[in-house]
Design a protein around this ligand. Structure first.
Ligand SMILES: [Mg+2]
Length: 220
């Protein structure tokens, strides 16, 4: 991505911020020193174990679901992108977890995978279940998002749904549930759904949700 394109993308992303960390006022630009300590303690403490547990449960669930499926390809596994497939933790941390920083980090490299989720992704691929990514990233960062996913190890066939630029609704829920409902109307069945936000699984057609921790922010 060229410097000017990156600058433009960052500028546009900064206008989208709707994130509020748990327990932190939306009028502030970021967490205070004590809250930062709590975020870092979570990521250096319980985070990895919680992700391992959630992905292990997801794998067990999917294995059972596929066993009684006539056509696994009709089943859909939904993956969220940020803080699910890939993480911006180190980038956001360098910016002291400020809200604006979180949006800028979407287009700043690198984006390592969350390893347990990548492992789950590879397992899902082997089952023949259809994989879709649904993200509240705006659709003008499609190319960068595909590059980041590929660089992180997410290879093979999948669909990527990004939020249309014209969608100015405050909440991401109508967009994400709308995609899932469209897939179901097309004859597919949402099964596994993994994400770091409860908003990844609301307003219907959720499937079975596996929630990953995110101590940095929560989305409406
Ligand atoms: Mg996310």
């Amino acid at each position: 991505m060229s410097t000017s394109a990156r600058t433009l993308a960052i500028a546009a992303l900064l206008t989208l911020g709707v994130a509020v960390a748990p327990g932190v006022g939306a009028d502030r630009i970021g967490p205070n020193a004590q809250e930062i300590d709590q975020i870092e303690a979570q990521y250096e403490g319980t985070y990895a174990g919680e992700v391992t547990e959630a992905t292990k449960q997801a794998r067990t669930y999917l294995r059972q679901r596929v066993r009684r499926a006539a056509d696994p390809a009709r089943l859909v596994a939904v993956f969220d992108v940020d803080e699910t497939a890939i993480t911006s933790y180190e980038c956001i941390k360098r910016g002291r977890f400020r809200w604006a920083r979180r949006n800028a980090c979407v287009v700043l490299d690198p984006h390592p995978p969350i390893p347990q989720v990548l492992e789950l992704y590879r397992f899902v691929r082997r089952t023949g279940v259809t994989i879709v990514f649904i993200s509240d990233r705006p659709d003008y960062v499609r190319r960068q998002t595909l590059q980041q996913l590929r660089a992180a190890g997410y290879r093979g066939r999948y669909q990527l749904f990004l939020r249309p630029t014209r969608d100015r609704r405050e909440s991401v829920r109508p967009f994400k549930s709308g995609v899932r409902k469209r897939l179901e109307r097309g004859g597919q069945v949402i099964t596994l759904n993994i994400g770091d936000q409860y908003a990844d699984c609301e307003l219907g057609a959720c499937g079975t949700f596996f929630k990953l921790p995110n101590g940095m922010y929560s989305n409406r």
